[in-house]
Design a protein around this ligand. Structure first.
Ligand SMILES: C[S@@+](CC[C@H](N)C(=O)[O-])C[C@H]1O[C@@H](n2cnc3c(N)ncnc32)[C@H](O)[C@@H]1O
Length: 302
């Protein structure tokens, strides 16, 4: 397969199976930066090199597109997410190996194709403390793409990922192995609920938690636990979303204030915010009309 056309080959497979997504895809490709295209190509090459097919990857991407659309219809009708408790969806998402793998490969690909996810990815790269030493913790690495990038951008002694899903742990371990991260530093990925995970007196120099807060019943406990694992200089990077349904979103934040109140009452303070409103809308319109907003924060222990 010719890697120069990989992105086009992938998007053709996606739109052949999902014609409703064609105009979104065309727009996305038209506005895609060259560096994003290269990264997407490299990610697809990585996936092919570990034995996945382009058909499987297109199907994975369409799974997240279609399932998110179903949840969006539910949200518009009921003004709430379908589920509010972890156990209501855990077995059909996190603990269903085949589904979770597709979901995570699909989600990784959205980081290059969905403008809101591209914006948060850019924010992550721009604010990352390059060359940072010490220990790195990532909660919910999922597909492992951010974990791999942190290993490249930082100069950590140890990287630790904690994820409740065996499939996510396997995907993160795969990417660690493939990119030979352990030649640079120790890297460990543990399968457990972050809330039951303890490392006595460990303080991390960098903690990343992308798209997890909206997946948990008690976001404040997650943020307080992060504060407990931080020193005042720890770089903390967190993303979440408002009014953005997905198969496994259970905590519904309706406004930025909903999120920021939890952050500040959890012993953390906001250093920088990246607010990505629904395309073409203002933050006030998103709040009024319950439109999806993505948000990223750089935080410090208060
Ligand atoms: C939507 S994915 C996010 C993947 C990646 N961090 C990103 O930003 O694209 C959420 C991840 O959080 C994990 N997760 C959910 N609840 C968790 C918990 N209580 N403890 C640890 N991981 C959890 C899920 O298994 C999944 O891998």
């Amino acid at each position: 397969m010719n890697s120069a056309n990989l992105v086009e080959d992938f998007t053709s497979l996606v739109t052949a199976a999902n014609p409703l997504h064609s105009s979104f895809m065309k727009r996305s490709l038209r506005s895609m930066r060259e560096d994003t295209r290269t990264e997407l190509t490299d990610y697809l090459i990585y996936c092919l090199s570990i034995g996945l097919s382009l058909d499987y990857l297109a199907d994975s991407y369409n799974t997240i597109v279609n399932d998110t659309m179903m949840e969006q219809m539910f949200f518009e009708e009921h003004k709430r997410y379908r589920w509010s408790r972890f156990e209501e969806l855990a077995h059909s998402v996190y603990f269903d190996d085949a589904y979770m793998r597709k979901y995570m490969y699909g989600l990784a690909i959205t980081a290059f194709l969905w403008p809101n996810h591209v914006a948060l990815h850019d924010f992550f790269i721009r604010t990352f403390p390059r060359g940072q030493k010490g220990n790195y913790l990532e909660i919910g690495p999922g597909h492992g793409y951010y974990f791999m990038q942190s290993a490249r951008l930082g100069d950590f002694e140890r990287l630790l990922g904690v994820d409740i899903s065996a499939a996510s742990v396997a995907l993160t371990r795969d990417i660690v192995r493939h990119f030979e991260i352990e030649k640079k530093c120790r890297a460990e990925v543990v399968e457990t609920d972050f809330l039951t995970f303890h490392e006595d007196n460990e303080k991390y120099s960098c903690i990343v938690m992308g798209e997890v807060l909206e997946h948990v019943e008690d976001p404040g406990r997650f943020l307080s636990a992060i504060a407990g694992l931080s020193s005042p200089s720890t770089h903390i990077f967190v993303t979440t979303c408002m009014n953005a349904p997905a198969v496994d979103h259970i905590s519904l934040f309706r406004t930025g204030k909903d999120v920021e109140d939890i952050i500040t009452s959890s012993g953390l303070r906001i250093v920088e915010t990246c607010y990505v409103p629904y395309a073409g809308k203002t933050p006030a319109e998103c709040e009024r009309d319950a439109l999806a907003v993505n948000v990223g924060y750089v935080l410090r222990k208060a």
